[in-house]
Structure formats: structure tokens, C-alpha cells
Design a protein. Structure first.
Ligand SMILES: Nc1ncnc2c1ncn2[C@@H]1O[C@H](COP(=O)(O)OP(=O)(O)OP(=O)(O)O)[C@@H](O)[C@H]1O
Ligand SMILES: CC(=O)C(=O)O
Ligand SMILES: [K+]
Ligand SMILES: [Mg+2]
Length: 566
């Protein structure tokens, strides 16, 4: 790497700005460009000592030195095969279960494109989970993967207790069943053990008890103390841990109020997650923002940078959606349990609404459950499943999640490949059809420096698309600017260089961001020179490629925006 001519200042607080910007505008856009696109109040800007600079430079010497670039093996392979624009943007989360917990199986999932491994604390032992986390970290260290770890709390939910009986029981039409909170071992005929003492509170004769969102339905014919006698009115299967909900006059009887969002067991699982160094904690059955804030404060006071993800899976969470999204670091549309609490036909619109709100508030969002459900048993998905996956990608969700498909299915690796191919195809289609949205952005920043960062990222994304640059490089300590860029869903991939491991692992969930661990220095030019050199040395940047550069990594002073033509 050698000389670079900085011949243009863009929205700068020094006098060269306007002339230079007009000049670049002419050369790049073919028209003069106003220098005030990003921020117009120069005096304010100056007093804040913030400068936004755009540069066009040319690199004249080839670098020969081979240093280590912390690019993960999967991205590197994909980049070699498909080039910058072929990189997948939508991230993939896989639930780890008995079918994929060996080192070899986890490696297969990671190679296929798993970005985040999810461990559901509802199942299995702590030793089992610990062993899986160790294997994932070993894969990252020894084989060059970059897979983040998420634990998912059990949460407080009314379901059929797992008492070691047969894996499913059929309820026939008209049969009479007893739902009880009495604890017993093994199984009793026509008796179902509920997980929560107060499950029958407030329930009346004539109410409907719906199992797993419609797998079977019963009518309550008598309440006896804490227990219910019910008649099956819609036959079906009772699976282990089946979810129970009550309906009256076509409306859900909301029943979670007495239960804490985080139970004692959840807190000890959280302690376990902290000690194992997980990257995300997903909170099940969040009802309002308070529980999220509580956990975030708890982690903050312990000086842990673990991200807190709220799962939207209850009617109550939908009532408080905006405050929950605001309080959380990320969101999961947990369609499995959500489908128990709202009519199934409402799920598609609710999903779209949640994704859109998350974009507005700049929070990554995962679409979860039953994406490729049939692949638990079969090696190919149904056409409807592929359509569902593609729709989530078209809506610009950050990530897609597999549950049983990877945890207990026979074709987990294949399922990841289906997600990967379906998302790459839909991303390409959206680009080709010029469906790349210009999101109506809500202004988020409160402080001036946050507003500047936001405006720079919005402008940078527009520029990246308009100029057709090959990649965006962002140098970021806490990931804020990488995230603000991702929010705009720009066409080129966003390479986020960070010297914080927690930032790298958190960015793994963000659409279009390739997080790279890199020893950032205070010298921005040196950072740029070094990273471009390293990527060039790997043969991934060639002459004529253009890279747009954004930074928030320099202490206290500058946020920059630059374009480099290699
Ligand atoms: N660690 C595990 N050990 C054993 N089985 C597991 C494990 N994780 C998942 N499974 C199995 O995979 C199925 C799907 O897993 P998943 O954790 O996504 O369930 P879920 O019911 O959708 O999640 P949640 O309980 O958070 O609503 C579960 O029903 C369970 O049978
Ligand atoms: C993932 C999850 O918790 C659900 O879909 O219910
Ligand atoms: K869970
Ligand atoms: Mg759930």
C-alpha cells in the first residue's frame, strides 16, 4: 500500500469543502453535488470538532506482505467463489440439539453458513450445554469459524409437564381428559400434567383449552379446585411440553400475569451463560420492557457486553412491542409460541410489522420457527416453506432460525443450505428488480454526535448504491456505525473491522455485516492502508474496485466517510 491522494472533502468544516465536493460530484456523479448533504450547520459541527470527510484515492504500489486478516473461513470461501456482491446478507441461526451436538456435526453446520448457534435451556443438562459451547469456541479458534453463541431461556409458560411418558398421545373426539397440576411419575390414562399451579385460575366452564395452537382442542366441562375436566372437541396429538392456552368467545384468556419473565431457573441459566462467555441471551415470553431493562442493567453492572434479545411470542408482548424493541438489543419473532396466542392467520402481518419496526429502531431481528419444519423428517423442503423463507428475506429480516430442523432433524446441514440458497436467491432478485428499499428512516440520534453518525451512515449507504462500490469498510469499536449502515440494507457487503471481540460476535447477527477482528490503531490512515493491503494480498480486491470507508473508531474526534478506488 502506498500513496493515496486525498483530493476531496465532503461536508467538512474547513473551507476547501465546497469546491472539492462539487469537483468530485462532477467526476463521479456527472453532476455537481451540494456539499451540505450530510450536515448543514457548519458552526455547530465545528464546535463539536466533528468532521466528515470523503476522499477518492488511488493506490499505486502492490503490497507483498502477508499478515493475518481475521476474516472467517466461510466468508473467505464465499468471497473467492462469488465476489463481494455474491456474499449472503441474511444471517443464519441454528438450534443445537442431540442431532448436531458432536464436533463434526457442528463443523458441518458452521461450514454450511451457521452464524449463530442457539441453545434452548428448556432442554438437556447444563453439562451438555457447556460441552456444546466449548466445541463451538474450539471450532472458532482452531478452524477459523466465527459462530456466536446464544442461550434461550425457558421462561414462564404453561405447558404439558414432561413426565417421561410416551412421545405423543392421541386425543380422540369426545374423549374426556383430566388436566391436573398434581405431580406424578410415568403416565396415567386420559390425564395430562400441567406445568403451572395456577393454570386453571380464572377459567370457566365452556372455555376452550387449545393445545399447541390448534393441535387438539378441548372444552372445559368442570373445574375441580386447581384441575380441569375437559372434553376433546377437535381431536389431535398431545406432544411432550405441548403448550396450553385458553380461549373464550374467540379471544385468548391472557394468563401469564403472575409469572415472572425470568424464573429462578432462568437466572441460574443466565449465570451459566455469563460464565461460559455466551454472546446473546434470548428472553422467552417477554411481556414488557421492564424485564429486558432489568437484565440489561444486571449485565451492565457486571461489566458484561452480552446482547439481550427479546422474544416476541405472547399477545402481551405485541401490546408493548415498541417499548420492548427500544429496550432490547435484538428481537426474535418466535412464531411457534406466538401462534398459540394469536390466530395463525395473523402471523404473517405481525411478522412484517415487527421486522419493519426493528428496521426503524435499528434492532436486528430474527424470524424463527417452522421455516423448514418438514425437513425434520425429509431431505427436501415443501414449496410453501421455501416461499415462507423467501418472504422473510424479502422483508429484510436480519436472520433466519432453524429449530427442530437442526436440533433433532436428520437433515440439519441440508436445511442450512436451503436457507442459504433461498436467501441468496431472494437477495439477488431484490437487487436485480431494483427492489432495494430506501427505508423511511426514523431519526434515532439524540446527541449531535449520534445524529451525525446516523446521517453519515444513511448517506454512505445511498452513495454505496449510487456509485456501485464493491464493498463498504467500517472501522468501529462498539459496532454502532456498522449497525447504522446495515439498517439501510445497502447493496455492497459491510466489512466491519473492530478490536472488540464482543462487538465482532454481536455483529454476526446483523444483515450484510461481515465482522472482522482487527487490531485498530488511532491512526485511521494506517487502519485503512493495512486492511486494504491485507484484503488485496488475499487477492480479494482488484484494480478498479471501489471501497467506501466509514469510521467511528477514532477516539473522540472524527467520524469519516471516504471512497477509495483501488
Ligand atoms: N438441547 C436439546 N436437547 C434435546 N432436544 C432438543 C434440544 N434443543 C431442542 N430440542 C428439540 O428440538 C425441538 C425444537 O427445538 P426448539 O428449542 O426450537 O423448541 P421450541 O419449542 O420452538 O422453542 P421454545 O421452547 O423456546 O419455544 C424441541 O421440541 C426439542 O424436542
Ligand atoms: C423460538 C420460539 O421460542 C418459538 O417460536 O416459540
Ligand atoms: K426457550
Ligand atoms: Mg417459544
Amino acid at each position: 500500500m502506498a500513496s493515496m491522494t486525498a483530493d476531496l472533502a465532503f461536508v467538512s468544516n474547513y473551507p476547501m469543502a465546497k469546491a472539492s465536493c462539487m469537483d468530485l460530484g462532477k467526476r463521479v456523479f456527472g453532476v455537481p453535488v451540494s456539499p451540505r448533504i450530510i450536515w448543514s450547520n457548519r458552526r455547530k459541527l465545528k464546535s463539536f470538532a466533528t468532521r466528515a470527510v470523503m476522499q477518492v484515492g488511488s493506490i499505486v504500489e502492490e503490497s507483498k506482505k502477508e499478515e493475518c486478516l481475521g476474516l472467517d473461513v466461510v466468508t473467505e470461501t464465499e468471497l473467492r467463489e462469488k465476489g463481494f456482491l455474491g456474499l449472503r446478507k441474511t444471517k443464519l441461526v441454528c438450534t443445537v440439539g442431540p442431532a448436531c451436538c458432536s464436533y463434526e456435526e457442528l463443523e458441518k453446520l458452521a461450514s454450511a453458513g451457521m452464524n449463530v448457534a442457539r441453545l434452548n435451556m428448556c432442554h438437556n443438562t447444563r453439562i451438555w450445554h457447556q460441552d456444546v459451547i466449548k466445541k463451538i469456541k474450539k471450532l472458532n479458534h482452531e478452524k477459523g469459524f466465527c459462530v456466536s453463541v446464544m442461550i434461550d431461556t425457558e421462561g414462564s409458560q404453561i405447558h404439558v409437564a414432561d413426565h417421561g411418558g410416551p412421545s405423543s398421545v392421541k386425543a380422540e373426539d369426545g374423549s374426556i381428559w383430566f388436566f391436573t397440576t398434581e405431580k406424578f411419575e410415568g403416565c396415567r390414562p386420559f390425564t395430562v400434567q400441567a406445568s403451572y399451579e395456577g393454570f386453571a385460575e380464572g377459567i370457566k366452564e365452556g372455555d376452550e383449552l387449545v393445545v399447541d395452537g390448534g393441535m387438539a382442542t378441548f372444552e372445559v366441562i368442570e373445574r375441580i379446585g386447581n384441575d380441569l375436566r375437559c372434553k376433546c372437541i377437535d381431536p389431535g396429538l398431545l406432544l411432550p411440553r405441548a403448550k396450553l392456552s385458553f380461549w373464550r368467545d374467540g379471544k385468548l384468556v391472557e394468563k401469564h400475569h403472575e409469572l415472572p419473565t425470568l424464573s429462578t431457573k432462568d437466572w441460574s441459566d443466565i449465570e451459566f451463560g455469563i460464565s461460559e462467555g455466551v454472546d446473546f441471551i434470548a428472553m422467552s415470553f417477554v411481556r414488557d420492557a421492564d424485564a429486558v431493562k432489568h437484565l440489561k442493567n444486571y449485565l451492565f453492572n457486571k461489566n458484561k457486553s452480552i446482547k439481550v434479545l427479546a422474544k416476541i411470542e405472547s399477545l402481551e408482548s405485541l401490546h408493548n412491542l415498541e417499548e420492548i424493541v427500544e429496550a432490547s438489543d435484538a428481537i426474535m419473532v418466535a412464531r411457534g409460541d406466538l401462534g398459540v396466542e394469536i390466530p395463525l392467520e395473523q402471523i404473517p402481518t405481525v411478522q412484517e410489522k415487527i421486522i419493519s419496526l426493528c428496521r426503524q429502531l435499528n434492532k436486528p431481528v430474527i424470524v424463527a420457527s417452522q421455516l423448514l419444519e418438514s425437513m425434520i423428517e425429509y431431505p427436501t423442503p415443501t414449496r410453501a416453506e421455501v416461499a415462507d423463507v423467501s418472504e422473510a428475506v424479502r422483508q429484510y429480516a436480519d436472520a433466519l432460525m432453524l429449530s427442530g430442523e437442526s436440533a433433532i432433524g436428520c437433515f440439519g446441514e441440508k436445511a442450512v443450505c436451503v436457507l442459504r440458497m433461498a436467501s441468496t436467491r431472494m437477495e439477488l432478485w431484490s437487487r436485480e428488480e431494483n427492489q432495494q428499499p430506501s427505508f423511511p428512516q426514523r431519526e434515532l440520534g439524540v446527541s449531535l454526535s449520534d445524529q451525525i453518525a446516523e446521517q453519515i451512515c444513511n448517506s454512505a449507504s445511498r452513495m454505496a448504491n449510487n456509485l456501485g462500490v464493491d464493498a463498504v469498510f467500517v472501522y468501529t469499536k462498539h459496532g454502532q456505525m456498522a449497525s447504522l449502515l446495515s439498517r439501510n440494507r445497502p447493496i455492497p457487503p459491510i466489512f466491519a473491522f473492530t478490536n472488540e471481540e464482543s462487538t465482532q460476535m454481536a455483529l454476526n447477527l446483523q444483515w450484510g455485516v461481515i465482522p472482522i477482528f482487527f487490531d485498530l490503531s488511532d491512526d485511521m490512515d494506517a487502519n485503512m492502508a493495512k486492511t486494504i493491503d491485507l484484503i488485496k494480498a488475499k487477492g480479494m480486491l482488484k484494480e478498479g474496485d471501489a471501497v467506501l470507508i466509514v469510521s467511528d473508531a477514532i477516539p473522540t474526534v472524527y467520524q469519516t466517510l471516504q471512497v477509495k478506488v483501488i
